[in-house]
Ligand binder design. Structure first.
Ligand SMILES: Cc1ncc(COP(=O)(O)O)c(C=O)c1O
Length: 413
C-alpha cells in the first residue's frame, strides 16, 4: 500500500530526506551555534580544505572561463561531443588502455553511467549486485527503475577481498536471471577506501572467465572509477585496466567515469560510460542503447564540462598544471588518511581495509548510537548500517586524528 497522496509508489521505497545531507545540516546548525572551529563535519563527499572550503582546481576554472559562447551554450550531441568521447578514454585509462572494442557515451556524472547500465543490461525486477558496503545511491538508482539491489560480502574474516562471495552471488543470480549487472566501485571504494590488489584483480578476471562458460548467461561488470584520480599514484591505480581485456563476449565491461572528483566539477554533472568488449556488434549496440537512454532521460550532457576536458588534453602544459594541482590535493588527502589510520592503530580502532580516497569506514554494531554520541562531542559522521563512514575528504589531518581517537573511546565504552 502506498503512503502517497497523489504520487505513485512504482515499487520504490521513498523515505524523505537524504540521510547524509540531513546529518550535514545538523553539523551546520551546531556550527552556527557554537562556532565552526568547534565542529568536525565529516559527512559530505566533497574535497574541502582544512577550513571547510570547497577545493576547486583553478586550472579547470580558467579553462571554463576561456570557453566561447558556442562552446558552452550550444546543445551537445546526444552521445556527447565527439572530441570528448575520444579524450575521455585517455582521461580514464591513461597509459593502461585495455584492448578490445570500446565505445563511449557522455552521461551526467558517473551517476548517469550507473543508471544507463542498469537500465540497458538488466530487466525490470532483476537483482543488481554490489558489495555489502556500498554507496547508497546505487540502491536509489536501481529502485528508481524498478530493479533491486543484492549484495555479496566484500571482505572475508581476515579483511581480504572476498572473491568467493562475489562468485557465489553471481552464480546464484545467474541461476534465476539471464544476466547480472555487477556494480564494482574501485579503486578507493566508497565508503571503505578499499582498492583491490593486482592479485585480487587476477582473481576477479579468473572468476569472470569461469562464470561465463555458460554462454546462455551474460555478466555486465561495471567498474565505477569515480575516485580513480584520488586513489594514490594515478599509474598504479590504473594498472588493473588491461587485465580486463580479452574477456569472453558474454562478459561486457563498462567503466563509469566521472568529472566530479578528478576535475572538482561536482555540480557540472559530467561523466561517461565506456564499454569494453571483444565484439564490435556488442560495442555498437552499447552505443545505440545508451544514446537512446540519454535521449529518454536527460537528453544531452553538459557541454562546457565536456569542452573543458577536451581543452585540457589538447594542451600539454595545461594538462601538466591540472595534474600538478590535483597531485597536491591528492597528497593532502593521503595525509588525512595516514593521520586517521595512525590514530586508529594506536588505539586499536578497527577500520575496513583502507587504501585511499575520500572515506574511511569503521565497522560498528551500534552505528546509530555511536554516531549520536559523537555528535554530542561536535563530531558528525554518517552511520551506514553496520558501520560509521568518515569523510576524510572534508576534514583536516588534525581533525582526522581527533575523530579516530574519540571513536575508539566511544566504541570501547
Ligand atoms: C561510488 C560512487 N560512484 C559514483 C559517483 C558518481 O558521482 P557523480 O554522479 O557526481 O559523477 C559517486 C559520487 O559520490 C560515488 O561515490
Amino acid at each position: 500500500m502506498s503512503n502517497f497522496i497523489m504520487a505513485q509508489q512504482n515499487s520504490r521505497v521513498i523515505s524523505g530526506d537524504d540521510k547524509i545531507f540531513g546529518i550535514n545540516k545538523l553539523a551546520q546548525d551546531m556550527a552556527a551555534k557554537v562556532g565552526k572551529k568547534n565542529v568536525v563535519n565529516a559527512t559530505i563527499g566533497s574535497l574541502l580544505d582544512d577550513d571547510g572550503n570547497l577545493i576547486v582546481l583553478s586550472s579547470i576554472v580558467e579553462v571554463l572561463r576561456s570557453l566561447t559562447p558556442a562552446e558552452y551554450a550550444d546543445y551537445a550531441p546526444i552521445a556527447g561531443v565527439p572530441a570528448f568521447l575520444e579524450t575521455v578514454k585517455t582521461a580514464a585509462f591513461g597509459n593502461y588502455r585495455p584492448e578490445g572494442y570500446m565505445e563511449a557515451v557522455a552521461t551526467p556524472g558517473g551517476t548517469g553511467a550507473i543508471r544507463n547500465t542498469i537500465q540497458n543490461y538488466s530487466k525490470r525486477g532483476d537483482v543488481v549486485l554490489t558489495s555489502d558496503w556500498y554507496w547508497s545511491p546505487y540502491k536509489t538508482i536501481a529502485e528508481e527503475i524498478e530493479r533491486k539491489i543484492g549484495t555479496y560480502t566484500l571482505f572475508d574474516d581476515n579483511g581480504h577481498f572476498n572473491v568467493h562471495s562475489l562468485e557465489t552471488r553471481i552464480s546464484e543470480l545467474l541461476s534465476k536471471q539471464d544476466s547480472v549487472v555487477v556494480l564494482f566501485n574501485a579503486p578507493a571504494h566508497n565508503p571503505t577506501g578499499f582498492s583491490p590488489s593486482q592479485e585480487d584483480w587476477d582473481a576477479i578476471v579468473l572468476m569472470l572467465k569461469k562464470l561465463s562458460l555458460d554462454k546462455t548467461k551474460n555478466i555486465i561488470f561495471f567498474v565505477d572509477i569515480a575516485y580513480i584520480d584520488f586513489a594514490g599514484n594515478p599509474e598504479k591505480s590504473r594498472a588493473f585496466m588491461p587485465k580486463l581485456s580479452g574477456l569472453p563476449e558474454n562478459v561486457l565491461v563498462v567503466f563509469g567515469f566521472s568529472m566530479s572528483k578528478g576535475y572538482t566539477l561536482y555540480g557540472m554533472r559530467s561523466g561517461a560510460m565506456i564499454c569494453l568488449t571483444q565484439s564490435k556488434a556488442i560495442a555498437d549496440e552499447f552505443k545505440m542503447v545508451c544514446m537512446f537512454s540519454n535521449r529518454g532521460s536527460w537528453s544531452n550532457g553538459t557541454r562546457p564540462a565536456m569542452m573543458a576536458l577536451v581543452k585540457v588534453y589538447e594542451d600539454a602544459a595545461l594538462l601538466e598544471r591540472v595534474t600538478e594541482q590535483r597531485e597536491t590535493y591528492s597528497d593532502f588527502l593521503a595525509k588525512r588518511g595516514e593521520s586517521f589510520m595512525a590514530a586508529a592503530a594506536e588505539t586499536g580502532l578497527k577500520t575496513c581495509p583502507f587504501d585511499s580516497g575520500y572515506f574511511i569506514t569503521v565497522p560498528c554494531d551500534d552505528a546509530e548510537e555511536v554516531g549520536k554520541a559523537l555528535q554530542t562531542h561536535g563530531i558528525f559522521v554518517v552511520p551506514i548500517g553496520k558501520g560509521l563512514r568518515v569523510a576524510i575528504s572534508a576534514i583536516s589531518a588534525d581533525a582526522c586524528r581527533i575523530v579516530a581517537l574519540k571513536m575508539a573511546e566511544l566504541i570501547k565504552s
